[in-house]
Design a binder for this molecule. Structure first.
Ligand SMILES: NC(=O)c1ncn([C@@H]2O[C@H](COP(=O)(O)O)[C@@H](O)[C@H]2O)c1NC=O
Length: 507
């Protein structure tokens, strides 16, 4: 009886020589293709050239080498079917008991900006996926290996007689996942000119980690990363407890919110995916002090995002009370040292905080998912619709306040003075409630402050409430059928009002 036969054809050759040597020790014969064959032979492995099995030389620059009936029949015939066995024997086809294949690097070639179209097309592996699928289909009798990460495990399993049906099935599963991800990458390449809203949304995700629990302790959860995307790796988790489900949501909000504050040092305090306070200043530490003053109570147990380097003195301030996460583009060594006092606090460095690198966002809903462009603009125009015009200082604060309401759950209204939130009313079911909440938080400081609203005011009731507290400038999208009432009220009470013609709901 002949030895078992392993067909080895791998693009990346790391580990393949040792793997093949181990297979030989376990009694396997090796057959191989082109560059793999050369390498194995150079390393003293007496491999059979696959052309001896196919009776056909490799042609068309390697486009056809293993694509031959002798190979596919050797892999695919059913060992438990008499007629299959007879066919294979009568045609002198050698059984192939293991296929080891590492595909052409299509994904890497597409990711390389210097690759030409021709180079990319040539990296669409044809023979590899065909062999992988054939071997995976016939896993009952054939072992399929698709990654050099599996080499050691495969040798261990065979050596200990544990290369049983279940293990071969497990390898088949990995193989089909590999070819599936490969096809997603190829299909997405061919759809690249269809823009963001393609007819087919082919997404592939792989589990990065199990999470301790979900939104609540009784819910299980895990985090999945998109295949061929290393965005998550850009988060440098300097210290702290493992990230939880809610932490991941909060970090995402922090990253999203900060994209609105690129032109000035800004500090955002976040609770339950909403900013509880935001402040900007020419000095980061002052911005931090202003932010904490904005809502010194809600920030407890929250997240602080800063768009500048965290210094020792800032770190000392942030360790003086309980925070879950601090995220910033950089930290000084002294700051990191200070944070070590609070072992559980997650300290996260994200160099691209404040940079826009995603144009669309996905959400799951009943029956499917929703895909939309991210809300990346602030206003369409700044139309002063009242007799009184805002002063330059008011205008600065109005624009700042409008950025804040862009970050909040709708309906939202916020009150701002000196680029600092005094009160944020958010997630309310009616705009007057949101206005009242913001006013309650701002207390007497509201005098001389400005207001922003993420949607239009349907009635003049909120304007009246602002006026009673001494607010003199308002920014809102406009667009209500009752805009006239609101403008008339503002004119009568010498309030200036700006229409932006751009709403910022966030559901
Ligand atoms: N066309 C074929 O018959 C074929 N058979 C195997 N390959 C690929 O050739 C690569 C190995 O290259 P080499 O034979 O030079 O070591 C592997 O990634 C394998 O997937 C092929 N190439 C692409 O389709």
């Amino acid at each position: 009886m002949k030895n078992k036969l392993a067909l080895i054809s791998v693009y990346y050759k790391e580990g393949v020589v040792d793997f093949a040597k181990s297979l030989v020790k376990l009694g396997y014969d090796i057959t191989s293709t082109g560059g793999t064959l050369k390498m194995l032979r150079e390393n003293g492995i007496d491999a059979i050239d696959v052309t001896e099995l196919t009776n056909f030389e490799e042609i068309l620059d390697g486009r056809v080498k293993t694509l031959a009936p002798q190979i596919f029949a050797g892999i695919l015939y059913r060992r438990d079917k008499k007629d299959h066995v007879e066919t294979v024997e009568s045609k002198n086809i050698r059984p192939i008991d293991m296929v080891v294949n590492v595909l052409y690097p299509f994904e890497e070639t597409v990711a390389n900006k210097d690759s030409t179209e021709e180079e990319i097309i040539e990296k669409i592996d044809i023979g590899g996926p065909s062999m992988i699928r054939a071997a995976a289909k016939n896993h009952k009798d054939v072992i399929i290996v698709t990654s050099n990460k599996d080499y050691n495990e495969v040798i261990e399993k065979i050596s200990s007689g544990k290369d049983d049906y279940n293990y071969r099935k497990e390898l088949a599963k990995r193989a089909f996942i590999r070819t599936c991800k490969y096809e997603i990458a190829i299909s997405n390449y061919f759809m690249r000119d269809e823009g963001d809203f393609k007819d087919n949304l082919l997404l592939g995700y792989e589990k990065e980690d199990e999470l301790r629990y979900g939104e609540n302790p009784h819910q299980k959860a895990a985090f999945y990363k998109p295949i061929n995307d290393d965005e998550f790796e850009k988060l440098n988790i300097i210290q702290g407890k493992k990230l939880s489900y809610n932490n991941m949501l909060d970090i995402s909000s922090a990253i999203d919110f900060m994209k609105n504050f690129t032109d000035e040092n800004t500090v955002i305090g976040i609770k339950h995916l909403n900013p509880c306070a935001i402040a900007s200043d020419s000095d980061l530490e002052t911005a931090y002090d202003k932010c904490i003053k904005g809502d010194s109570e809600s920030i407890f147990g929250g997240i602080v995002a800063l768009n500048g380097e965290v210094t020792k003195s800032l770190a000392e301030k942030m360790t003086s009370f309980f925070l879950e996460i601090v995220i910033a583009p950089s930290f000084t060594e002294e700051a990191i040292e200070v944070f070590t006092k609070k072992k559980n606090l997650r300290v996260i460095e994200y160099k691209e905080l404040g940079i826009n690198n995603k144009k669309t966002e996905i959400r799951e809903v009943f029956g499917g998912i929703l895909l939309q462009e991210k809300d990346l603009s602030l206003y369409d125009s700044l139309d002063v619709v009242t007799d009184r015009k805002p002063s330059d200082k008011e205008l600065e604060d109005l624009i700042f306040a409008y950025k804040v309401v862009k970050c909040t759950k709708s309906n939202s209204v916020c009150i701002v003075k000196d680029k600092r939130t005094l009160g944020v009313g958010l997630g309310d079911v009616n705009r007057f409630f949101a206005s009242s909440h913001a006013l309650d938080m701002a207390k007497d400081d509201a005098k001389g402050a400005v207001v922003a609203s993420d949607g239009f005011f349907p009635f003049a009731d909120s304007i009246k409430a602002f006026d009673e507290k001494g607010i003199k400038a308002i920014i809102q999208p406009g667009g209500s059928i009752k805009d006239k009432d609101t403008i008339d009220y503002a004119n009568k009470h010498e309030i200036s009002m700006i229409f932006t013609n751009m709403r910022h709901f966030r559901h």
